[in-house]
Design a protein around this ligand. Structure first.
Ligand code: A2H
Length: 253
């Protein structure tokens, strides 16, 4: 944990079907999973979304009659940031586990796919962010490794009830060029460091160190309306656009 508060962008990813336990929310309002990210400009490369299968989540009443899915802890923080109808009292509509969310198709701002699927990530911390993470395998070593794990291991897919079609068609999408790292920096660094699974936590920490700051300081967008512009310049612009469109929120903890 750093010294000061961390400011995240919460990306609102709309659940496009309410299957299994989520069906209990039908007719109660639009349902969004809230993903906490430090890299809102990377949504152009989203291939899926992550939850912790055994994690506890809730569906809470948000603003404008929306329903927001995140951890209880995040819902409480949001309520103190004036982002739920009643301050300090998030209204729980439905208790959920991560497993209940897996396989939900979601639609996200700036994502090139009309929908992507919620998939299991075993290294999610429930005491950080919302417990929901957007997956951008081109630029996040964690996301690249976890997506490759699911693609390469039918037994892992089977264990969490993940259908092939939620994973196999989704390829890494180049979105940012980083001098010295090419157009899919996370792939390069994972190959250079010979990272073989999402449980390679020590090497993954090193991989993140290598690309995370570089992406921000030296990266140049190669897709979208800001193609050719520096990440450091356009990141706040892209974030503000999503917030103005009600497709994202600012959240601190
Ligand atoms: B980032 P910090 Cl492309 N558990 O978003 C594990 N990881 C979590 C999390 C949780 N509860 N909540 C958020 N995160 C991830 C994009 C991204 C991210 C890219 C590159 C780097 C990167 C797409 N995934 O983060 O510990 C989210 O992944 C590198 C640090 O608060 C979030 O931003 O510093 C980041 O970790 C927040 O990490």
């Amino acid at each position: 944990e750093g010294a000061g508060p961390q400011e995240y962008t919460l990306i609102k990813m709309e659940a496009l079907e309410l299957n299994g336990k989520l069906a209990e929310l039908a007719g109660k309002g639009r349902v969004f999973l809230l993903a906490a990210t430090l890299r809102p400009e990377t949504m152009y490369g989203q291939t899926n979304c992550w939850v912790l299968p055994e994690g506890n989540y809730g569906a809470f009443r948000g603003l404008n009659d929306e329903i927001w899915i995140c951890t209880q802890r995040a819902a409480l923080n949001l309520s103190y940031q004036e982002r739920t109808p009643v301050r300090g009292q998030p209204e729980l509509l439905l208790e959920l586990t991560g497993q209940d969310l897996i396989g939900t198709p979601v639609g996200s701002p700036n994502c090139p796919h009309p929908h992507v699927y919620v998939l299991p990530l075993l290294t999610i911390l429930t005491n950080k962010g919302t417990g929901v993470v957007t997956s951008v395998p081109s630029d996040s070593p964690d996301d690249y490794t976890a997506l490759m794990d699911l693609k390469k291991k039918p037994k892992l897919r089977e264990k969490y009830g993940v259908k092939d079609e939620w994973v196999l068609p989704f390829e890494v999408i180049p979105i940012i060029e980083i001098p010295g790292f090419g157009i899919t920096a996370a792939v390069k660094v994972c190959e250079d460091l010979k990272i073989t699974s999402q449980n390679d936590t020590v090497k993954l920490a090193e991989a993140k160190q290598q690309v995370y700051l570089k992406g921000f300081t030296d990266g140049v967008m190669i897709v979208g309306p800001y193609s050719g512009r520096k990440v450091s310049e356009v990141k706040p612009v892209i974030r503000e656009e999503m917030v103005a469109d009600s497709r994202a929120m600012i959240y601190s903890e």
